[in-house]
Structure formats: C-alpha cells, structure tokens
Design a protein around this ligand. Sequence first.
Ligand code: DGT
Ligand code: CA
Ligand code: ZN
Length: 577
Amino acid sequence: MKNAQIAKIFYDIADMLEIMGENPFRIRAYRRAAQNLESHSKDLAELTKEELLKIPGVGADLAGKVMEIVATGTCKDYEALKRRSPEGIATLLAIPGLGPKTAKLIYDRFKVHDLDTLEKLARDHRLKGLPKIKEKTELNILRGIEMVKKGGERMPLGRVLPVANQIMEILRKRAPVCQMEVAGSIRRWKETVRDIDILATSSEPEKVMDAFASLAKAREVIAKGPTKTTIIYDGIQADIRVVEEGSFGAALCYFTGSKEHNIRLRELAVKKGWKLNEYGLFDKNNRSIAGKTEEDIYRAFGLQFIPPELREDRGEIDAALKGQLPKLIELSDIKGDLHTHSKWTDGSYTIEQMAEAARRLGYEYIAMSDHSKSLGIARGLNEEKVMEEMQEIDALNKKLRGFRILKGLEVDIKSDGTLDLPDGILSKLDLVNASIHSGFRQSREQITKRITSAMRNPFVTIIAHPTGRVIGGREPYDLNMEEALRTARETGTFMEINAYPDRLDLNDQNAMRAGEMGIRIAISTDSHLTSHLNMMKYGVQIARRAWLEKKDIVNTLGLKELTALLKEKRKRAVAWA
Ligand code: DGT
Ligand code: CA
Ligand code: ZN
C-alpha cells in the first residue's frame, strides 16, 4: 500500500467528520496526520509502531489505524463512518474541486447523491443560490464531474503513449532533467492505461515541478510537492517524481511494476535477507547493493535483465533465473506489412503511395488487402474489381526494384460461414486475410465454426483481427480460441496480431497461447492511411508481451522466404482436404 493511499483514508475520514458536523479539532488532527503520512519519505507499510509514533501528528490511536490499514486495506472506524454517512455523499466528495462544506450544503438542500443529477443542477445554475456558491463554483463542479467520469476509465495505450512522449519532450527542453523515463503500465505496453507515471533525476527538482505544473495543457494541478507533482493533462492524469540519481534504477523498477512482478522480486530479496524498495536494494546491514540502474538490480539477484513488457508475473522471474528468457522480437525485425488498404476500398491513399510509405520504413514488401464485396460500407470489391486492382499491382511491381507489392485481399467470412469470393479468385492472390465484419452476436458454436471453416480453405493465409474486439468500443465475439488455435495449427493458417491500437487483436494472452502452440503470427497494421503504417510498434509490443521471438512472426522473413512460406499451406492442403 502506498503512503498516499493510507493518507487518503485519513483525508476521507476528516471529510466525513466535517459533513457530520463533528469537532473541528478532531477533523484538523486527521488532516494534519494525513499530510504528514503522505509526505513521509519512507514506506509507511514498512514502519514499526515506534517509528510511526515519531511522525508529527501521529499518536497511539492514529498509529494503530495506520497499522490496521496496512494489514487490511481499511480500518473499522472508516468503514463505520462510511455506513453512517448519507448515502452517496462519498460520490460527491470524490469530485475534485468540491470540498466537504459545499458538498454538505448541496446535499442538505437537494439530497443529490449521484453525478448525473448534480451535473444537471450545475448546468441549470440551480446551485448558484446557495451560500458561497457562484457561477465559478458551478463550473468547477462540472469540470470535476467530467474528470471523475473520465478517471475511472482505462484508456487505450495508443491514446496515452503519444501524450506521455509529448510531455517528456517538452520537459527535456524546458526543465533541468537529467534522466527521464515513463514507468507504469505504459512502459510495460499494457493495452490500456489509467495514468502516466514519469520518473526523472535532476539537480533542481523544484524547477522540474514548476515546469511540469505549468505545462500549457495541464488543466489542473492536483498536487504539487518538492519532488512529486500530479496534474491532469489533456484529460489524462499524469504524475512526475524526481528521485536521487543513485535510486533511479530502483525507482524505475518499482514504478514500472507490475505490482505482481514487484512482489515476486521482493520475495527473492527477502529470501536472501535483503530489502528491495523504490530507493534501492539493500543488504541486511542496510548497505546498498544496487539502485542506480535496473540492470544492476536484476544482476544482483542473478537474473537476466527482464524487459518491462514481460513484468507481469507470468513466469518471467523463473525463466530469468534459469537464463531462459525469450529473445523477444524487435520492431527492426519487421520486413513488411501484410494487411493494408488503399483507395480501391476504404483506404485514403493509392497503392503506390502506400508502397512508397512502406519502402520509406525500410520494408521489403507490403500486401494490399482491400475488402471484398459484402462489406458495402467499405465499397468492397467484386471479382472483376479485384482482378483490376491486381493488374495495377502487377504494373507497379514492374517499376519497383528491391521492393514488392504482394497481391492480397481481406475476404469477408460471411454470417453463414462461407467466404465472400470464390476460390477461383483467391487462388490467384499471393495471400488472403480472412475476417469477420458481421454477425458478431452469433453463438460461440456458430462463430467458432465460421472461423475454423475459413481456416480450412487452402487459400486463406491469415485470420485477421481474430476476435473482432475494439478496445473501449466492442466486446470480442464469442470465439472458442483454443479450438481456433488448434485448427490454425492443423491447417497451417497464421493468426494476426492486428497492431492498430484500438484493436490489438490477438491480445497478448491469446498471442502467447498461439506462440506456445507453435502457430505462426503476422503482425499487421490494417492501415487505411500511410501514417497508420507506423502503428506496427504497438503490434510488435503485443508480441513481446506474448513472449514471441522473431521466428514466430512471419513478416520478419525476407521477401523470398516469405513467398515460399505463403505457398506451403496450399501445397499441404491436399493432405488434409
Ligand atoms: P495503471 O496505472 O492501472 O494502468 O497500471 P500501473 O501498473 O501503471 O499502476 P500504478 O500507476 O497504480 O502504479 C505504478 C507502479 O507502481 C505499479 O505498476 C507497481 C508500483 N506499485 C503501485 N502500488 C504498489 C503496491 O502497492 N505495491 C507494490 N509492490 N508496487 C506498487
Ligand atoms: Ca500507471
Ligand atoms: Zn482490414
């Protein structure tokens, strides 16, 4: 448990006491203790009762509560207060910018206990009549409500990562930062993220805090201290911490997480009689063993360096102890993109423009994979149009040297499980992505049957976005993944990791399972714009989180090896047809 979480309970207690009109001295005592607990330099969870009692404002009663919270995550008095408080008042108190006094006023007058009603009251200017509430207060309340509504949501990594990079770019220019890295779930490339955690070293931490708090897009400064500041930036909560140079590696390790990985590391430390925290790795005499770099820390444990993407407690520590971590695929291993769209259907660029953009990325090939006819909204292609597009590709390929446009298609797997275009056409192409764009609500049996029958077609090379999910948009359809993967293995069909940040489909866990089963994977961007080709990195990172290596990914092959591989399934098809 972090100090801030413990302090928050004390702040909450103070707020509730205030709402109930309790003794102001008691309320102030809780607030003062909360402040000192929050800003305490050591982990409260690690302190003895004697050490707790040395913290200003913490007497025997509060020290006992801290220990209770550390042990159980809460304390009895807090739970009792919550039960005694008017229902829903906690919801009001959670709104930034709405203090307990105002919350109580509003509550007493309107008996509101949900955000929507309060929002309506504020919009209709019905709060304004209350003592001390002005139009500005109403605006603050509205902004606070918006933040609460957003705050609970996890956002796609693709939305947050560019923001984190932007913040760091500005700070590197404007603030005296020395080292700086993003930590937390972003550094682990988790598909969704709650907030931005930045770590830095600096000889002038306060200047860094000032620069961070005064970023132009910092709409709200939630907390600002000498070495830690929290803001809302572009609708996203962002924290920065400045740590000592000698602790940077330890802090980076701690704040990168995951929490579960940290717990496993700490267990290793305890076994050796050491102590690991965000300040460093220490022996039993409290002498520092490591802390400056993460590499030093993992080395001290006799572990291989564990890349952040693997730190999810999925067996990485045991593997690292044995020296058996995978040699993870890297973006630079990728030699081409196998799922892209052009103006022939719903893309915005010509084939030539897409090919040029791929070439600029250093690729050897790109597959055009426009939609088939049943996808009306994408102006899907019928047989004739497919053949016309292929002629254009042939012509372009004649002009190109050292680069090849592969002839592909994204064929729709229709609701009845048949493919949208006949084998006669599919067999003329270099590769076929097959995917589902309709009938998402079918039963598990039907969906699974659709996917596996598509796999049994010898000309279907890859199943694209195999679960159909859109992060924050659409749940995956009900596919029996194990059965699909077994059929992929049996038929020699590849599975896609769709790198588009709203999809990331297969996700890391499914991709990991596919890798374990020896199924080959294509990492593709599904680009509809030339700039989308740059999304490849998100797919590669999913593959890394899935423990995949270069050999698992088909588009790490050079053009010659890839074209040979693409023919294999067709040849083998005779055997299992
Ligand atoms: P998020 O923010 O939900 O997307 O995921 P994280 O992993 O970024 O989580 P966050 O921001 O709450 O905390 C950042 C890291 O700090 C987390 O990955 C591990 C570390 N951490 C946070 N709380 C604890 C804790 O109670 N115990 C341990 N061992 N580590 C923690
Ligand atoms: Ca985080
Ligand atoms: Zn597509």
